[in-house]
Design a protein around this ligand. Structure first.
Ligand SMILES: [Zn+2]
Length: 129
């Protein structure tokens, strides 16, 4: 809880994404939701990833690759997604390290522009823009 949050906001996990992952609060902006979903990937929390996925695009289940370790998140752009918006996009670069079945490792980058929507006061992930 007192460790640095995986989303690299600069806050501790307990003061950043943990209340969202625990379901005690909902992210107020699309970027905060995006950060909390990155943290869920970093912690292997498939339940939160599904819960924060818009019902119209949510998969029935989600298998997270245990060989992937998420290293860092950088927000590179955003539009909308604010306190008064109902739609928003967040562009990010996430870096990871994957360990293959033969034990070799390699690093990779995921770059995505994600689309978010807000229904009933709650932001959710819609898909790639
Ligand atoms: Zn965080």
């Amino acid at each position: 809880m007192s460790d640095r949050c995986p989303c690299l906001s600069g806050d501790t996990f307990g003061q950043c994404c943990e209340p969202y992952l625990a379901g005690r609060a909902h992210p107020p902006t699309a970027e905060r939701l995006m950060r909390s979903r990155y943290t869920a990937f970093a912690r292997g929390d498939a339940t939160y990833l599904l819960a924060s996925w818009h019902p119209s695009t949510r998969p029935a289940s989600l298998e997270l690759d245990p060989g992937i370790r998420w290293l860092s998140l950088e927000i590179v752009g955003r539009s909308g997604g604010g306190l008064l918006d109902t739609e928003g996009e967040v562009e990010f670069t996430a870096r990871y390290r994957v360990t293959e079945a033969d034990g070799t490792g390699r690093r990779g980058t995921q770059h995505e522009r994600s689309r978010f929507g807000r229904d009933g006061g709650r932001w959710s992930y819609v898909g790639e823009a």
